[in-house]
Design a protein around this ligand. Structure first.
Ligand SMILES: Cc1cc2nc3c(=O)[nH]c(=O)nc-3n(C[C@H](O)[C@H](O)[C@H](O)COP(=O)(O)OP(=O)(O)OC[C@H]3O[C@@H](n4cnc5c(N)ncnc54)[C@H](O)[C@@H]3O)c2cc1C
Length: 502
């Protein structure tokens, strides 16, 4: 790819992402192939300019927002390359894609190419690119049952800072205890010691993922483009359930919804072979917010009626034409002061899509409001938490959020992946004083969450906005280890500098 493929000036849209932070850059390139990508990296290696990697820019931690230098935007590397290498085994098939393929395009392709299979990670924002999802180890509702993106990656081609490439396959390229060595496609040896980084056992996407004897492709999954650029990805698909059943149920009080979460989590195994795939929460402020906003795009919304103050969305993957999961859910709702007759059920694709759009409307509405307030307050960014905690801490962490938000009188909504004890508190500051108060609150919560064994980033990553929180979780030694690891793969520090840590 000739250098003049970097165009300038950079169109303003490419200087921001969904965090609503604005950046600056000298020039941008849109490679269409791994070959063009490696050529661009090789040709610019000696220029000393920092390089920002972009997928679809739906990230909310400002990872794709440039801070000077060059941008490599991967949205035109959007080809589906075909089936993976190990078809014919009993395992579900795999599929190889370029990183710029969007989740929505992949799904469209699967409906015809693999109609009996799914790719389960689902950050609800379906314009997200597969490369961005792998780079952030994105999750979504059904990660409750199927795990984050990491659990569905079989192989990666990674372009390093100097344009050399690594081809990595799960099960083939492994660390030996804490030692690792990899040979690039040009024959260069990269070796080192895995750093000691605290790894919480909860849902976690904060910084590098490191474990003795690990599969080395896991170093790159969730590394947010700081170690290398993902140029080709092989995804493992999952067999489609016989049927999916979505249930939106309502409660008068948060405590009742919480009791339902705990009851259904412990009872779900009784419903096997059917799988409870998602438990999502919407607090009273979220429901009010989405009812009064425009992000629902005309969809029918839960009306305001007595007893419909907070909501849970439960999703079951049915293994057969069975009624037991619905009956189990009904019993639990009754026991938790819910009303099984006052629920919204979705059992076909179109109703499930509508419930998904409703769930998506909450963060969309938040982003729209931040964009609106930003016109008056240009330094405002989204102030959303991504903390996950162990099961037994869920009631305590909610009490902490409620107490502090009430004391600070901050406008907010709380929603998200309650099945994984992973709620998003989105603070909606009305001025920069509230923004500063909100930031201090989030930092203080991070300290508590870490002391409880939780993670400061369950799925959105750290990007440029949450470095202070990663420092709380990793500590000075963990951060120093991460810096050493980055220097092993990117000695000049040109790839996504200022993400994860300074
Ligand atoms: C309304 C809304 C709801 C959301 N809900 C969820 C949710 O439920 N769960 C969830 O996990 N996320 C959620 N997200 C966040 C976002 O969609 C995900 O983080 C997604 O994975 C980002 O993908 P992207 O292509 O937009 O990446 P970008 O925003 O472009 O980039 C994100 C990071 O990945 C790096 N990167 C991108 N592509 C590559 C590549 N090929 N190689 C190396 N590095 C790369 C970038 O440098 C950056 O650091 C939501 C976002 C929105 C706007």
């Amino acid at each position: 790819m000739p250098l003049d493929c970097f165009t300038t000036p950079v169109p303003p849209d490419y200087l921001r992402d969904e965090s609503r932070k604005n950046g600056s850059a000298i020039a941008i390139a849109f490679p269409k192939s791994a070959h063009e990508l490696t050529a661009a990296l090789k040709q610019t290696f000696s220029c000393g300019l920092p390089l920002t990697v972009q997928g679809s820019r739906t990230g909310i931690a400002a990872g794709a927002v440039p801070d000077g230098g060059l941008i490599i935007n991967l949205s035109r590397m959007d080809a589906i390359l075909g089936s993976g290498t190990d078809t014919g085994t009993a395992a579900p098939p795999t599929i190889r894609v370029q990183p710029g393929v969007s989740l929505v395009a992949l799904r469209r392709h699967l409906t015809t190419a693999f109609p009996a299979h799914l790719f389960t990670p689902d950050p609800t924002e379906t314009t997200a690119s597969i490369g961005g999802m792998v780079a952030c180890n994105a999750s979504g509702a059904c990660s409750f049952a199927y795990g984050p993106t990491r659990a569905h990656i079989e192989a990666l081609t990674v372009v390093l800072a100097d344009g050399d490439t690594l081809t990595l396959r799960r099960g083939h390229d492994k660390a030996d205890g804490n030692r690792f060595s990899l040979t690039t496609d040009s024959g260069r040896l990269i070796s080192g010691e895995l750093p000691h980084i605290p790894m919480p056992t909860v849902k976690n996407s904060a910084g590098y993922w490191v474990k003795p004897d690990m599969d080395l492709l896991d170093l790159f999954i969730g590394s947010e483009g700081t170690l290398g650029i993902l140029a080709e990805i092989e995804l493992r698909l999952h067999a489609k359930p016989f049927q999916t059943l979505g249930i939106l149920c309502f409660f008068a009080a948060e405590a009742h919804a919480l009791a339902c979460v705990q009851a259904i989590r412990s009872a779900a195994s009784a419903a096997l072979p059917h799988t409870l795939t998602a438990i999502e929460y919407f607090d009273a402020d979220s429901l009010r917010f989405v009812r009064t906003g425009t992000a629902h795009a005309g969809l029918p919304l839960p009306p305001s009626k007595p007893g419909w103050n907070v909501a849970l969305y439960l999703e079951w993957a049915l293994a057969s034409d069975a009624t037991s999961p619905a009956a189990l859910t009904s019993d639990i709702l009754l026991a938790c002061h819910g009303d099984p007759r006052n629920t919204w059920l979705a059992a076909d694709a179109s109703s499930l899509d509508k419930l998904k759009l409703f769930r998506h409307a909450v963060p969309e509405q938040v982003n729209a409001m931040i964009a609106e307030r930003k016109r008056r307050l240009p330094d405002l960014t989204k102030l959303g938490t991504d903390f996950s905690v162990p099961d037994d801490i869920l009631p305590e962490v909610i009490r902490l959020y409620r107490r502090d938000l009430a004391a600070a009188k901050l406008e907010h909504v709380i929603f998200g992946h309650i099945g994984d004890n992973h709620l998003h508190v989105n603070i909606l500051p009305r001025d920069m004083t509230e923004y500063a108060i909100g930031k201090r609150l989030v930092r203080s919560w991070a300290e508590r969450v870490v002391s409880w064994g939780g993670s400061v980033a369950g799925e959105h990553g750290i990007g440029r906005l949450k470095k202070e929180l990663l420092a709380v979780m990793a500590g000075p030694e963990g951060l120093a280890g991460m810096r050493r690891l980055k220097a092993t793969f990117d000695p000049t520090g040109r790839l996504n500098p200022g993400r994860l840590f300074d």
